[in-house]
Design a protein around this ligand. Structure first.
Ligand SMILES: [Zn+2]
Length: 246
């Protein structure tokens, strides 16, 4: 698609505007989606010539603004509020949005146009890969999800995708619990999708223990940043996270 693996959402949207056609339906869908977002950004830019942000206007485009635009556009879906939530990390939210819309190029989708492709999940190397398998029926993925959330969900713990979406969409949940679950979900999705891609490109797989450590550390860093920025209500976020480690 002309997008580097390490590209940010901003870089992906700002690449050259040549319309591309692919054999794969999912790639065409992603291309169309990106064009829609770019178009929306262009219309906005022509109207005001500058980007509006909380404290005024600025000329530089940023992924953060893109994220907000997407957030507004997707408000109709009942899970969208739990994906595009305040203080989320845009690159995590983007993968989560693709997963929730079932638009990730998982092997069950790829084999629809390429029946000869090997559909086996590269993480567990046993079951066929699909969105629900990867998140989190897979024996590899489930270990990460359980490590992150079992101490928060306790008897409500589940590894079934639709039940997880339902849980994180519950606006009645206490703020810290809700944020930690939503953030942990997105951090896990991003890490697993990255790991899956890495193995597909013949890179050495990471042991599950290393993946758990990396994602857990990322979540602690996020909570630590919220505390150091003195974000109201986040003084004890890190303590909450530690209290749910079992
Ligand atoms: Zn698997």
């Amino acid at each position: 698609m002309g997008i580097k693996r390490e590209a940010t959402v901003e870089e992906a949207l700002m690449r050259d505007k040549r319309r591309r056609r692919y054999r794969s339906r999912i790639l065409n869908e992603i291309e169309a989606e990106m064009e829609t977002v770019s178009e929306r950004l262009r219309v906005n830019a022509e109207a005001v010539n500058m980007w509006r942000c909380g404290s005024g206007y600025k000329q530089r485009f940023s992924a953060h603004e893109t994220w907000w635009l997407l957030r507004m556009a997707r408000e109709r879906c009942n899970w969208s509020r739990s994906i595009w939530f305040s203080k989320a990390t845009p690159k995590f939210a983007f993968v989560a949005w693709l997963a929730a819309s079932n638009r990730l190029s998982t092997m069950d989708r790829i084999t629809q146009w390429d029946p000869g492709a090997d559909a086996t999940c590269v993480l567990c190397k046993r079951e066929p890969e699909s969105r629900n398998h990867l998140f989190f029926e897979c024996s590899f993925s489930n270990q990460l999800w359980e490590h992150l959330t079992k101490g928060i969900l306790l008897s409500d713990y589940t590894n079934a995708w639709l039940s997880i979406l339902e849980i994180i969409s519950d606006e009645g949940m206490k703020k810290k619990k809700r944020f930690c679950l939503r953030y942990a979900l997105q951090a896990a999705l991003h890490a697993l999708w990255w790991e899956r891609d890495k193995i597909k490109y013949n890179e050495k797989p990471s042991p599950i223990g290393a993946t758990m450590k990396m994602v857990d550390k990322g979540i602690r860093n996020k909570l630590s940043i919220l505390r150091s920025k003195r974000v109201k209500g986040w003084e004890n976020g890190l303590q909450f996270w530690f209290s749910t480690r079992i």
